[in-house]
Design a protein. Structure first.
Length: 148
């Protein structure tokens, strides 16, 4: 039986859960980094743009997003999914899907009609995941310069 997934706004108190999820996924714990990201999130992002997913009161996933106007030469206001993480023990239960659906619904509620994200070419599973949710490769070009 699938357990109920609750989505809510991310709070400072979610720091240890987010650090724990990232450590379980990557093997690296970055408490200072995430503390700063959450602080910035609370200061400059819309309240609806950073979310956590809970099952039985336990944080099992998180997502940081943002919204901006006229960024990268794009017309109007757009939303961005910056990072999404799910506890490996809770994958394949629809958690990431619910986080993104909640984010996109909130963006739409705020008059935003376009949501962007970036996916590294070495992660075809993420490309497939976003494709299943209705995302398609956009018209923007990604440029980078290696320094040093």
């Amino acid at each position: 039986m699938k357990k109920k997934i609750d989505i809510r706004n991310l709070e400072k108190e979610d720091l240890s859960a987010i650090v724990n999820i990232e450590e379980r996924v990557t093997g690296v714990a970055r408490k200072g980094y995430w503390g700063k990201r959450i602080e910035i999130s609370e200061a400059i992002r819309p309240h609806w743009a950073s979310l956590v997913a809970e099952i039985d009161g336990r944080v099992v996933g998180f997502m940081l997003g943002r919204a901006g106007e006229l960024e990268f030469g794009l017309p109007g206001t757009v939303a961005w999914i910056e990072i999404i993480g799910v506890d490996p023990a809770f994958r394949h239960q629809g958690i990431a899907r619910r986080l993104i659906e909640s984010f996109t619904a909130s963006a739409e509620d705020h008059g935003i009609n376009t949501v962007f994200t970036l996916v590294h070419h070495s992660m075809p599973d993420m490309k497939d995941f976003f494709s299943r949710l209705g995302f398609a490769q956009g018209k923007m070009l990604h440029f980078q310069k290696e320094i040093g």
